[in-house]
Design a binder for this molecule. Structure first.
Ligand SMILES: [Zn+2]
Length: 282
């Protein structure tokens, strides 16, 4: 057997045929397009995909209904990891920023209230956030699982979320704490540069992914600059707030038996640990 790779999916070549091992529809479809000689079937009700090969169905693993919370300091890579995980399993990524923006865009009663606070430059109060979260978690797309990215941020929010999940009869699979040393976070964020063109916003890193011409976006030619909240002072301040308000969540969820600590500086490694944990728990 020879292992080759289609995207991130392991693909095994067996006697001139290809065996695809994958955990998500997107990857499976990609692999099938590349090697389009197999029949496949999607059992939506069971959340699994089956590949038909030589008279045998090979099943993909089922991660389609995982319900997770991701916590980690600014710069720990929560957003990137959330995106990769939700691509993997078809779950939805939910952040408070997204639900606030969509409630305001939809001009709902809650959205209008939230908008008033934001226009005055105030934090949106927790009870309003919880009401928005309650309606978001009841959308049909959450049935395939969801991933809360950067929420809750404080112990009172975590307590309110526990009550809400109980009321909605939703059971969390796990809370993933992404641990990255603060020195790494500081280095990662202060070396980041963002294209200032609002329709582009391409992200660079002067160490690992510099633009071809220093300070100029490769894609659109606008200036690639350091964001105000990514200077060393601003980041130190964000890390301090995180340590005060959000880090106590680690103990909170540990007490609830839900915590999985992942010490890592690579998104791929974090995802591997989460997948293995989910598989073990089922
Ligand atoms: Zn650009």
């Amino acid at each position: 057997m020879t292992a080759i790779n289609v995207g991130r999916s392991p693909v095994w070549r067996v006697g001139g045929r290809y065996l695809v091992e994958c955990g998500g529809v997107g990857r499976a479809a990609m692999a099938l397009t590349a090697f389009g000689r197999w029949r496949f079937k999607w059992f939506a009700d069971m959340g699994i995909m089956a590949f038909h090969c030589d008279g045998v169905y090979k099943y993909s693993r089922n991660f389609t209904d995982m319900k997770l919370i991701l916590i980690g300091a600014p710069g720990a890579g929560k957003g990137t990891i959330a995106k990769l995980l939700s691509t993997e399993d078809g779950s939805v990524q939910i952040s408070t920023g997204d639900i606030l923006r969509s409630a305001i865009a939809a001009d709902s009663a809650l959205g209008r209230k939230a908008g008033e606070h934001m226009r005055r430059g105030e934090l949106v109060p927790d009870d309003l956030i919880m009401a928005l979260m309650e309606s978001r978690l009841q959308h049909a797309d959450c049935a395939n699982g969801f991933l809360l990215d950067g929420f809750p941020r404080t112990i009172p929010q975590a307590e309110a979320l526990n009550k809400l999940l109980g009321k909605l009869n939703i059971v969390l699979d796990m809370v993933v704490n992404i641990e990255v040393p603060q020195a790494v976070v500081l280095d990662r964020l202060t070396t980041r540069r963002t294209c200032e063109n609002p329709t582009c916003q391409e992200i660079y890193n002067i160490k690992s992914k510099p633009p071809l011409v220093a300070g100029i976006c490769d894609r659109c030619g606008s200036a690639a600059v350091q964001r105000e909240d990514e200077t060393e002072d601003a980041i130190s301040q964000r890390l301090q707030i995180y340590n005060e308000k959000t880090a106590p969540l680690i103990g909170f969820y540990e007490g609830h038996g839900l915590l999985v600590n992942v010490e890592s500086t690579s998104s791929e490694a974090v995802i591997r640990v989460v997948m293995d944990e989910l598989e073990r728990g089922r």
